[in-house]
Design a protein around this ligand. Structure first.
Ligand code: ZN
Length: 201
């Protein structure tokens, strides 16, 4: 097998990868996390390869984050993908450093509580996301990187948007590439919901 590794101690047996769970404790809470190690088939010694140490460390970090009430790495990724953002663009928009989202999504670093709160907010509220894009002066990013976004219709009425959907028809007729949220005026929730931020055609 291509993954076979000779035991570094006895240099006779092959190391066999074992995936188990390990009991851990953090902030007074105990839990189980995945734990990977190797056992030599000949001398029986247990070792942890560098890649095992890395994945074990990541598993423990995810456990600590769950105790701390932070989003998991996969939830961070889901929220980023929801807006079609590349990792580098997410860093520009949300901060945290140039490689922050790569680190979050590989479980190398836990996001701060402030970053976590921001991500939860824009996950729930797409208006907040687009307002942030505007505040940070990244509308170019929005036009070029973020595609096929639609607003989910808020419950209840939309008092801000009270005109007819003629404005949309005009915009479509002109084949504008992007239409800012403020230009979109609709008279019912259904057409509002179906209206994307970026025209694909
Ligand atoms: Zn051995």
């Amino acid at each position: 097998m291509k993954n076979d590794v000779l035991c570094p101690i006895c240099e006779e047996g092959l190391l066999k990868v074992q995936n188990e769970t390990s009991s851990v404790e953090y902030k007074g809470e105990s839990g189980e996390v995945p734990f990977t190690f190797c056992v030599c088939e000949s001398c029986g010694i247990e070792t942890v390869r560098p890649q095992d140490a890395k994945s074990n460390k990541r598993a423990f970090l995810e456990y600590k984050k769950s105790v701390d009430g932070l989003l998991s790495y996969s939830e961070v990724k889901r929220i980023r993908n929801k807006y079609g953002l590349k990792q580098a663009d997410a860093c520009r928009l949300f901060g945290g450093g140039p490689n922050a989202f790569t680190k979050y999504e590989h479980s190398d670093v836990a996001q701060s509580e402030a970053m976590d709160s921001l991500l939860r907010l824009i996950d729930k509220n797409e208006y907040a996301f687009w307002d942030l894009v505007e505040i940070k002066g990244l509308s170019g990013l929005a036009a070029h990187q973020i595609k096929k976004q639609t607003y989910s219709a808020p419950t209840g009425t939309l008092p801000e948007y009270e005109a007819t959907d003629k404005v949309i028809s005009i915009a479509r007729g002109r084949k504008e590439n992007t239409v800012s949220r403020k230009k979109i005026r609709v008279d019912n929730l259904e057409s509002f919901d179906n209206w994307g931020i970026m025209q694909n055609g």
